[in-house]
Design a protein around this ligand. Structure first.
Ligand SMILES: Nc1nc2c(ncn2[C@@H]2O[C@H](COP(=O)(O)OP(=O)(O)OP(=O)(O)O)[C@@H](O)[C@H]2O)c(=O)[nH]1
Length: 525
């Protein structure tokens, strides 16, 4: 019983554990999926925003470069007949420098690289032959150029835009050049610096050699980008976005776009960490919205699981009291609402019926004489004990067929059996409710008469003796019986066993006195 109870408790806990773990797992799973989806959305969104930003800035820079080149070309075309007029050249250089704000400095050199005009004039380049990379390239190529970054004659890191000057016959006269000083405030920093925004995001520009042309950290300008796992892909593609780790080892969400005329790449990037900051708030909202549903689901699973276990528990309880006479009805009452428990209930009911009928058969077999169907000695003694314990008075008729041996001898043993059976039927006719007929020996029977006085018992014995003597038995004909009568009540000091032996004694006397008679036992009856 204890073992079953503890098993049931374990089952109950198991159900609770199952309900709880199913809910928690579902909750975690949904939270995790939600987190991952939101994170991916935020990342993709940020990369796209950065890409669009980089594209916009690259367009703006492209427009600026194109217009700067046009200004240089236009002015260069107007200088074909002024190459000997240094003051005119100086005027044009100043105009370009100060009107347009496109360049940090402007120079006009002849076909030999000798500088005729330079603005601002403080540069002190007039009269000097330029030998910087941009000047040399302009003299050699004799066409409109945008140089790679290089160190100028005055040791500035510059990008040099130039336009050739030709005379009417197409002879090369020199070039007009504008420099952008990468490390000083310049038009690039004006365009890009305006868009520098907070939360760790920043913009920078590199050329195809991965040299930094613009960066919010001035010290980085002119350096080459290394240890940046995405930079090769960025340089190779024209436009796009990606997650990369920058040179400081920080994960960045980058959008990039290439400026068509220069091949420079504008990169806008935001730290992954700051991008994901809003995720905490989002996930808090997700938890708050999901939690009530998760609790409801938990409650539902728990109650449902309890409802599943209830009929099992009740059936198990009944299985422990199968000997109860009302167990069948109790099992019938159990609400087995699903197929498996119904099957179990039906199996238990048929099992109980089978056990009960087998118990009934065994009980009958244990208490019945198989030949006559009368009770046997064991049942009779049990009944005696019952009545004495309950203090119910009774009388005993001990009955024996006279000369039964002769019947057997004359008609055979089986005919003797038939006589015993027929006689049992007669005895049963004298039984009332609570009385008992029992076969206590070969041809010895007893009749127990409940709440019957010795006088009444004697009258019954006489009537019985006469009835048997008047009965015609098959083949055998008439027989007689001798009967000894005794009585027990609580007022007597004798036991039930003694009462039986007194009846036997009286029977013996009846035999001795010639048989076919009834005798009341002597003694304290
Ligand atoms: N047919 C049959 N005979 C039985 C059975 N049990 C006992 N007997 C016989 O009953 C007979 C009893 O004989 P006895 O005890 O000598 O007594 P009796 O012949 O009846 O003579 P009295 O009792 O003295 O009148 C025996 O022959 C037993 O074999 C039984 O179950 N069936």
């Amino acid at each position: 019983m204890t073992a079953l109870k503890s098993t049931f408790l374990k089952l109950n806990r198991l159900i609770l554990f199952l309900a709880l773990s199913a809910t928690v797992l579902t909750f975690i799973n949904s939270f995790y999926s939600n987190y991952e989806v939101q994170k991916e959305q935020l990342i993709l969104q940020t990369i796209e925003v950065n890409r669009a930003y980089a594209s916009k800035l690259s367009d703006t820079t492209e427009v600026f470069i194109k217009s700067s080149q046009q200004q240089l070309s236009y002015t260069a075309n107007s200088l074909y007949n002024s190459m000997n007029d240094d003051s005119r050249l100086q005027e044009e250089a100043n105009r370009l420098k100060f009107q347009t704000d496109s360049f940090n400095s402007v120079v006009i050199s002849d076909a030999f690289g000798l500088t005729h005009a330079a603005s601002p004039e403080t540069l002190d380049l007039v009269g000097r032959t330029l030998s910087s990379a941009g000047s040399v390239e302009a003299l050699e190529e004799k066409k409109a150029l945008i140089s790679s970054p290089y160190l100028s004659t005055l040791k500035n890191l510059i990008v040099f835009l130039s336009a050739p000057i030709f005379d009417m016959n197409g002879s090369y006269l020199g070039f007009l050049g504008g420099s952008i000083y990468l490390k000083s405030p310049n038009i690039l920093s004006k365009i890009l610096g305006e868009h520098y925004y907070k939360n760790g995001s920043y913009i920078y520009v590199i050329d195809q050699d991965k040299q930094v042309l613009y960066h919010p950290e001035k010290s980085r300008i002119g350096s080459f980008v290394a240890e940046n796992n995405g930079i090769d892909e960025i340089v190779a593609n024209k436009e796009g976005g990606m997650l990369l780790t920058n040179s400081k080892g920080i994960d960045m969400l980058a959008g990039y776009s290439t400026i068509p005329s220069t091949g420079w790449v504008v990169i806008t990037q935001s730290p992954l960490e700051s991008t994901l900051v809003p995720l905490t708030g989002i996930m808090e909202k997700v938890i708050l919205r999901t939690l009530p549903l998760a609790l409801a689901v938990f409650l539902f699973i728990w109650l449902f699981a309890r409802a599943i276990s209830k009929p099992l528990q009740q059936l198990a309880d009944k299985a422990r009291s199968l000997d109860s006479p009302t167990v069948n009805e109790e099992i019938e009452k159990i609400h087995s609402w699903y197929v498996e428990s119904l099957g179990l209930k039906r199996a238990m009911l048929s099992g109980v019926k089978l056990i009960q009928s087998q118990i009934g058969d065994l009980k009958r077999d244990a208490e019945t004489d198989p030949l006559t169907g009368a009770n046997n000695r064991r049942a009779f003694q049990f009944r005696l004990k019952q009545l004495t314990l309950l203090e119910v008075p009774f009388s005993i008729l001990a009955l024996d067929i006279d000369y039964f041996k002769r019947i057997n001898d004359s008609y055979g043993h089986s005919m003797g059996d038939e006589v015993l059976k027929q006689q049992t039927k007669i005895l049963n006719r004298y039984c009332r409710e609570g009385d008992m007929v029992a076969r206590t020996g070969g041809e010895e029977f007893v009749l127990l008469l409940k709440e019957t006085s010795i006088e009444d018992a004697f009258l019954v014995a006489e009537r019985l003796r006469i009835a048997i003597s008047e009965e015609t038995f098959d083949v055998v004909g008439n027989i007689t019986v001798s009967i000894g009568v005794s009585h027990w009540s609580i007022s007597k000091v004798i036991s039930a066993e003694k009462t039986l032996s007194l009846a036997d004694k009286a029977l013996y006397q009846a035999k001795e006195q010639g048989r076919n008679r009834c005798i009341i036992a002597n003694g304290p009856i």
